[in-house]
Design a protein around this ligand. Structure first.
Ligand code: CP
Ligand code: NVA
Length: 323
């Protein structure tokens, strides 16, 4: 995909929509944009002409909304916020018609919805770039932030630049549901050269076919979550019940009991392993309070970095490569 090709509209619907070289560029750009933010220096590439982001939420959000909305304003642009309940989306206007209309009035769209097919249909009828802000199947913006956070801690070169080479051969342990986050981790591993050790209860496995995985060596499945964590450089998990699956809550609670990342589990990982969680978290379910609030946890940086990486992503989709 090329942001510079006039005929092609660049979208970000899955992690595999970009290649490794583009990720290297985005991480460098995110580091630059974050430095400006920390130095309280204005950086407003979307001010003149003013660019508008439409955010469409069919599910709840805290981080995704705040990071995109604050990020767009800080870059000099504007934001329109739509939900199913307060738009015609909740009254069965076809997604294709919504895409045709919304994309005539704004410059870029972020969507959080249910089926991936819905965002694909929107993108197919959009005149402007579309970003996946979470679907049942994938959450690419979160993994973008997670890898940037890992690079900040473990892969920054002496000049302060993120060094993607440090990802080669690393092990990420995924403990819990084979959900949108887990599927996206598989795509990232295949593309960027690390391995995911996955442990889920049976019946909740990851879906490598759906993720389009061609290299079976980019992930390894373990029955025992402790074994998945053994020697890992990063341990990560997510809620037992994702949005849209609330009816399964009780059944999942019983099935996932052993898939709680606690201090014992963290001890099997590398001594300097990091812990990540996309949040929101349920202490005492998928992670113990000692781990998420402990010294190996980087969840607050991970959340903040959503804004910095998404600024770099929007800049790339709207303006192409800069600098
Ligand atoms: N991690 C994440 O996407 O959080 P929100 O659901 O709050 O947006
Ligand atoms: N897997 C979770 C992630 C929330 C950010 C969900 O889809 O609800």
């Amino acid at each position: 995909m090329s942001a510079a090709t006039a005929m092609t509209i660049p979208h970000y619907l899955q992690f595999k929509d970009l290649d490794a070289a583009t990720y290297a560029y985005l991480f460098e750009r995110a580091a630059f944009i974050k430095r400006k933010f920390k130095a309280v220096e204005k950086y407003q590439p979307f001010a003149d002409p003013d660019r508008t982001l439409a955010m469409i939420f069919e599910k709840a959000s805290t981080r995704t909304r705040v990071s995109f909305e604050a990020g767009m304003y800080q870059m000099g642009g504007s934001v329109v916020h739509l939900t199913t309940g307060d738009s015609q989306l909740g009254r069965a206007e076809p997604i294709e018609d919504s895409a045709r209309v919304i994309s005539r009035m704004v410059d870029i769209v972020m969507i959080r919805t249910f089926e991936q097919s819905k965002i694909e249909a929107f993108a197919a009828h959009s005149r402007v770039p579309v970003i996946n802000g979470l679907t049942n199947e994938f959450h690419p913006c979160q993994i973008l932030a997670d890898i940037f956070t890992y690079l900040e801690r473990r892969g920054t070169d002496p000049q302060g630049k993120p060094d993607m080479a440090c990802l080669q051969g690393k092990v990420v342990a995924w403990v819990g549901d084979g959900n949108n986050m887990a599927n996206t981790w598989l795509q990232a591993a295949e593309l960027l050269g690390f391995t995911v050790h996955v442990s889920t209860p049976s019946g909740y496995e990851v879906d490598p076919v759906l993720a389009g995985i061609r290299n079976p060596d980019c992930y390894k499945v373990f029955k025992d979550p402790r074994e998945a964590c053994a020697g890992a450089h990063l341990v990560t998990t997510d809620v037992w019940t994702s949005m849209g699956f609330e009816a399964e809550n009780e059944v999942r609670r019983a099935a996932f009991k052993r898939w709680c990342v606690d201090e014992d589990m963290m001890r099997t990982a590398q001594p300097d392993a990091l812990f990540m969680h996309c949040l929101p978290a349920h202490r005492g379910e998928e992670v113990s309070a000692e781990v998420i609030d402990g010294p190996q946890s980087v969840v607050w940086d991970e959340a903040e970095n959503r804004m910095h990486v998404q600024k770099a992503l929007m800049e790339y989709l709207l303006l192409g490569r800069l600098g």
